[in-house]
Design a protein around this ligand. Structure first.
Ligand SMILES: [Zn+2]
Length: 206
């Protein structure tokens, strides 16, 4: 639920008329969901803005959590104040970033927009993406989230289930593959080191 919104940043280059893409690394996605769940504490909705450089609006590089911008906004639903937007625009200016999407949690499995979600876009800019996460952020599976692209005039295009992959691209290997890659790199380094001269002499153990 959102009770307030404000105009989009002038610099936002919305992808009006075509389907936008959002790229997040798998690590950033899991970190984002963990943080949303933590802030919601299993009892209330939480949310964040996803930020990107203006030259590469598809690559999410930073996350601004609603309750960092407006500490009083997590009211069970979300009541984001104008002062929170002032903080957001200041942050964007300072870092040279723009808002490309927002994400918020719902209790239960429903990831369609509420009437309030649909009629009060957090950013009223065509091409803006609103992501809804089920189970107050405790289910990080990307295919469970709802992805809604703003078309202007309170019209949205929704992508549900694995259809959301046409917008939401979670890139990169899972954490277990990262761990496997790190282990194999360590083995390779050890193997190379074992073949190097030690203190001017060659190891004789081989
Ligand atoms: Zn909602």
């Amino acid at each position: 639920m959102h009770s307030k919104h404000s105009p989009a940043p002038a610099a936002l280059q919305a992808a009006a008329g075509r389907t936008p893409e959002l790229h997040l690394t798998r690590e950033r996605w899991h970190c984002l969901l963990r943080e949303l769940a933590r802030r919601g504490a299993g009892t209330r909705e939480s949310g964040a803005f996803l930020l990107a450089h203006m030259s590469r609006p598809q690559d999410v590089v930073e996350v601004a959590y609603y309750d960092d911008l407006d500490p009083a906004c997590l009211t069970g639903g979300i009541t984001f104040a104008g002062t929170g937007y002032s903080q957001l625009w200041a942050l964007c200016r300072a870092r040279g970033l723009t808002v490309v999407a927002d994400i918020h949690t719902h209790p239960g499995v429903g990831v369609r927009q509420s009437r309030i979600d649909a009629t009060n876009p957090m950013i009223s800019q065509p091409g803006h993406v609103a992501i809804i996460v089920p189970d107050l952020g405790r289910s990080p599976e990307p295919d469970l989230v709802g992805v809604h692209v703003y078309a202007g005039g309170h019209h949205w295009t929704s992508y549900l289930g694995n259809c959301n992959r046409s917008v939401l691209k979670i890139d990169g290997p899972g954490r277990s593959s990262v761990r496997r890659a790190a282990q194999s790199l360590r083995r390779a380094i050890t193997a190379v080191r074992d073949r190097l001269p030690v203190h001017g002499a060659h190891r004789s153990s081989r």
